[in-house]
Design a binder for this molecule. Structure first.
Ligand SMILES: NC(=O)c1ccc[n+]([C@@H]2O[C@H](COP(=O)([O-])OP(=O)(O)OC[C@H]3O[C@@H](n4cnc5c(N)ncnc54)[C@H](OP(=O)(O)O)[C@@H]3O)[C@@H](O)[C@H]2O)c1
Length: 225
């Protein structure tokens, strides 16, 4: 498969690049700084220099030529302003979908977040920090925009709190799971598996660490009994 990763130099993006290359996929990594290029080309990916807050959908669509799938793994990141939750976490995901429509790419995996349902309908979770609420609202709005499109074969993946521990290769993956942590390693491998297994389109899935092998967990989602 040829897979384009928005946020290709992010912590999940780099792990996902490695996981996909190991599977034999071709990866196009979208980065916005020249200093990041070698990190992704050393893994075997090709690079397109694009900024989701500066470039337009037509420019991004060029990088999506012949792609089988895109992954939105970008994010404004911790410490960023409320405004950038909107311009990256919401608008960046929407812009990538616009670019998919221009390029004719249907398969889209959105890395969202556990907790988005807690802000739907204007709700504010008790005691939540306002920047975190803005982040969840941006993710919720991105999900809603993408779900409404009939031009995408969409999977929404909502990981729990991300950690940098070494992956276990085992997860809990379901439409709804208890709150918990998951390693970035295991998120990356799960994304790779989802993209390769037919039947995962049209699903919104929550992901935390667990005791089911990632390939089995994805197979069960794609083949519910
Ligand atoms: N942290 C958590 O516990 C948690 C939980 C659930 C889901 N998530 C989500 O998981 C995803 C990946 O997380 P992560 O830890 O890998 O994030 P990360 O390391 O912060 O990576 C985010 C990536 O987005 C890129 N980016 C930011 N602004 C951009 C722009 N304008 N145009 C293009 N790229 C841009 C960054 O590039 P630069 O290096 O150039 O800034 C970086 O490569 C995010 O969507 C995050 O919201 C996080």
């Amino acid at each position: 498969m040829r897979i384009v990763i928005a946020g290709g130099h992010g912590q999940i993006g780099l792990r996902l690049t490695q996981a996909l290359i190991e599977r034999g996929d071709a990866v196009v990594s979208l980065v916005r700084s020249a200093s990041q290029i070698l990190d992704v080309t050393d893994l075997g990916a090709t690079v397109a220099m694009l900024d989701l807050e500066q470039d337009d959908a037509a420019e991004i669509a060029h990088a999506l030529k012949d792609a089988d799938a895109v992954v939105f793994a970008a994010g404004a990141g911790p410490g960023s302003t409320i405004a950038r939750k909107d311009t990256v976490d919401r608008a960046g995901a929407v812009l990538l979908a616009d670019a998919c429509e221009i390029a004719g790419v249907r398969r889209y995996l959105l890395v969202s977040s556990m907790g988005v349902d807690s802000v739907r309908g204007g709700k504010t979770p008790d005691g939540a920090d306002e920047t975190f609420v803005a982040y969840l609202r941006a993710k919720a709005a991105a999900e809603s925009d993408l779900v409404a499109r009939d031009t995408l074969d969409l999977t929404i993946l909502r990981p729990g709190r991300l950690t940098d521990e070494t992956g276990t290769g085992k997860v809990t993956l379901a439409e709804s799971v208890e709150r918990g942590d998951v390693t970035r390693d295991d998120v990356a491998v799960t994304i790779g598996e989802i993209l390769h297994v037919p039947g995962t389109e049209g699903k919104t899935l929550e992901l935390i660490g667990g005791d089911v092998r990632i390939d089995d967990a994805v197979y069960r989602i794609a083949n519910p009994s």
